[in-house]
Design a binder for this molecule. Structure first.
Ligand code: 0GY
Length: 298
């Protein structure tokens, strides 16, 4: 029995995802997923805003193999704060088949950053979603970005569309590659062209150091599974306009889903509808993530 009580409304990850109809290209990377705990070994952070059910690395490897992927990029989730031990444990167990995006605070030493690099971390995540974190001061974020730039890392940012205007100047001042989670969480009930989403497309147009994850239809969709059809035009627009700056991930184990827990096989079947040629699929799933995370083995 864990000493952590999972939130009463927490939805556990899908116990038996279907086999997707779409076969990912050889070497495909799931570039956005998490590990949670197990809490007994890797305690959840005191400052967390939610307590998930454990989602350990072994389950992630089973999912990777079942879905036809070869590698993972594991992103530190807010429930672990800036304690990256569960992430590092998974990276070490993956024997080169996983890379990480960590969360660090301003007290992190250069030695700790170098060690994280050796352990497979290639980026830091700055989270601006107010229900998930207490946002760090701008000066702290800018200072951290400069320090990780020296390691050749990038910055992953997570925000919701209505907050883009507030953080815009900070985002474009970041000196590294900047990877945006889930297309900046657009409101998919709005028009894919001419509306609020244009601001995000402009951000990508005007800043060639910006990349986007075209992930999380399950979070953005109002129509839901099996097709998540309302999200498809948004992701397709980004993939076709920025084919060399897009990544895709499952988002397993799908934290904070309140209405349904997705079948990961169905999420994979969205890929050929947002990347409609084999070339786009190869860039999205292999070439781009390999260029960003596995430079030294290319
Ligand atoms: C995601 C989305 C969410 C959570 C986190 O780090 C996290 O806690 O990223 C969310 O609640 O929208 O990408 O995992």
């Amino acid at each position: 029995m864990s000493r952590f009580q999972t939130d009463a409304d927490w939805l556990p990850y899908h116990p038996s995802p279907s086999k997707p109809n779409f076969t990912p290209p050889a070497g495909a990377v799931d570039a956005h997923c998490h590990v949670f705990g197990p809490g007994e070994r890797f305690p959840y952070a005191a400052e967390r805003k939610y307590t998930p059910c454990d989602a350990p690395k072994k389950q992630l490897w089973s999912l990777r193999d079942h879905l036809g992927f070869a590698r993972n990029v594991i992103v530190q989730a807010t429930c672990h704060g800036s304690d990256n031990r569960a992430l590092v444990d998974a990276l070490q167990a993956a024997r080169g088949l996983a890379r990480g995006v960590a969360t660090v605070n301003s007290q992190v030493s250069d030695d700790e950053l170098s060690k994280l690099h050796e352990q497979g971390v290639r980026g830091v995540r700055f989270n601006f979603v107010k229900r998930l974190v207490d946002v760090l001061p701008v000066a702290t974020l800018t200072g951290l970005a400069e320090r990780v730039k020296a390691l050749g890392w990038h910055v992953v940012i997570y925000f919701e569309a209505p907050d883009l205007a507030e953080f815009y100047d900070l985002f474009v001042s970041l000196p590294t590659i900047v990877v945006v989670d889930h297309m900046g969480r657009p409101d998919v009930t709005q028009s894919v062209k001419g509306g609020e989403f244009d601001r995000f497309v402009r951000l990508m147009d005007e800043n060639p150091n910006f990349w986007s994850k075209v992930s999380c239809p399950e979070r953005l969709s109002k129509v839901g599974p099996p097709g998540y059809s309302d999200v498809v035009p948004f992701a397709r627009r980004i993939v076709e306009r920025f084919p060399d700056r897009v990544l895709w991930g499952t988002d397993w184990p799908h934290p904070n889903m309140k209405t349904h827990m997705p079948d990961d096989g169905l999420l994979v079947d969205v890929i050929p509808r947002i990347a409609v040629t084999q070339e786009l699929q190869r860039k999205l799933l292999v070439d781009n993530p390999m260029r960003l995370y596995w430079t030294e083995t290319n």
